[in-house]
Design a protein around this ligand. Structure first.
Ligand SMILES: [Zn+2]
Length: 200
């Protein structure tokens, strides 16, 4: 305990971040308060901007600045790569293998019941494909966990009557793996060898 409320409050907030416990939170807070001008000032400005301007798009699931349009409203993509989480999109972008559109579901369907989860953008994906005749291919990159597979199946089924090619990432993403944990080599192989989905 530091005996200082401001510091304690800050430690409590920082300790809520992923992969940080109270000890590392305290180290971060010390670094911050020892560098008020270099760290705290720009950090608080940036956080205020993010709080004010950043929203999750209810169409594609990506984050966008409310002062401009979301990337999904542009017309310069003819493929949509469907991922569970924003980190998956970042991983795929960083690998450089794919440069077209994305759809971030925000999770997966529950495995036991087929009820839709709140915030899960599946119907908006169906609408995107329905309303945009430029879309030629939907690439399912939901990961190979059971939940990911169930979700892929559901999407595949919902899109089966539409004139769009549906493909799935190939081997390389091993069973049970989330896309954002794949290394670049596996990811590139999985994209290159993606296969058309067959409805059973
Ligand atoms: Zn969007």
């Amino acid at each position: 305990m530091t005996g200082n409320k401001e510091i304690e409050d800050l430690v409590k907030i920082i300790a809520k971040l992923p992969a940080l416990g109270p000890k590392s939170a305290r180290r971060i807070v010390l670094k911050l308060i020892n560098n008020k001008e270099e760290l705290i000032r720009p950090l608080s400005n940036t956080l205020a901007q993010v709080y004010k301007n950043l929203r999750r798009c209810q169409i594609c699931g990506d984050y966008f600045n409310i002062n401009s349009k979301c990337v999904c409203s542009s017309n310069n993509y003819d493929q949509i790569c469907v991922v569970q989480h924003i980190e998956d999109k970042w991983t795929i972008e960083e690998s450089g293998i794919y440069k077209s559109g994305f759809h971030i579901l925000g999770g997966t369907l529950p495995t036991l019941e087929s009820k839709k989860k709140d915030g899960l953008l599946i119907s908006s994906l169906i609408n995107r494909v329905k309303n945009n005749s430029k879309i030629k291919e939907v690439i399912l990159a939901c990961g190979s966990t059971i939940e990911g597979q169930v979700t892929s199946h559901y999407i595949q089924d919902s899109l089966k009557d539409m004139k769009v090619k549906i493909t799935k990432l190939a081997q390389g993403i091993s069973v049970g793996m989330e896309v954002s944990f794949a290394d670049d080599g596996s990811l590139i192989a999985a994209f290159k060898n993606r296969s058309p989905v067959v409805n059973d």
